[in-house]
Design a protein around this ligand. Sequence first.
Ligand SMILES: O=P(O)(O)OC[C@H]1O[C@H](OP(=O)(O)OP(=O)(O)O)[C@H](O)[C@@H]1O
Ligand code: HPA
Length: 182
Amino acid sequence: MAEMHPDVESVVLSEEDIHRIVSRMGRQISEDYADKNPLIVAVLRGAFVFTADLMRAITVPCSVDFMAVSSYGDGVKSSGVVRIVKDLDTKVEGRHIIVAEDILDSGLTLSYLVKLLQSRKPASIEIAAFSIKDIPNHTPAVTPRYVGAHVPDAFVVGYGLDYAERYRNLPYVGILKPEAYS
Ligand SMILES: O=P(O)(O)OC[C@H]1O[C@H](OP(=O)(O)OP(=O)(O)O)[C@H](O)[C@@H]1O
Ligand code: HPA
């Protein structure tokens, strides 16, 4: 087991948990997309770690492309504005799209992206969210078909998730100590 980073308060998902979760998601997607050659759209930067693992857990033909968006800037609060930093290189018209995201928090990023991709007329579009933040009295605007795990309503880092571009390399997901960002 990886040693806990001193800025991390507690581990929410261990490496073993993550392996189990992503294997399950890969199995589900492989069953549902056997002859569909889905295009996995990874939402950079955060989702690159999850997407790399998810692709390897998918046993049917699939391809990948990347979109970079930013809504959090360098902070812990959504700016409310989703910015496309890099668009796809692949034409999505007629393709079966699976948007791979590391975390669904306010849902702003995914609802913006799904609307945008929908306007490009894919054959279908679904979301694979590695994690969903459990926010009291909040119903996200999108419903992912594939959900990895629920995480508590706290700022989490690791497994691709950052604070100010740090901690993405932690192999587990943990709650960041408030003093690390205050
Ligand atoms: O549901 P939401 O409240 O919209 O939050 C989720 C988004 O926020 C983070 O991205 P961020 O903008 O921090 O960019 P990053 O992926 O480069 O870290 C995360 O990776 C998701 O894309
Ligand atoms: O809890 C979080 N951690 C890191 N990035 C995020 N983007 C939205 N929520 C989070």
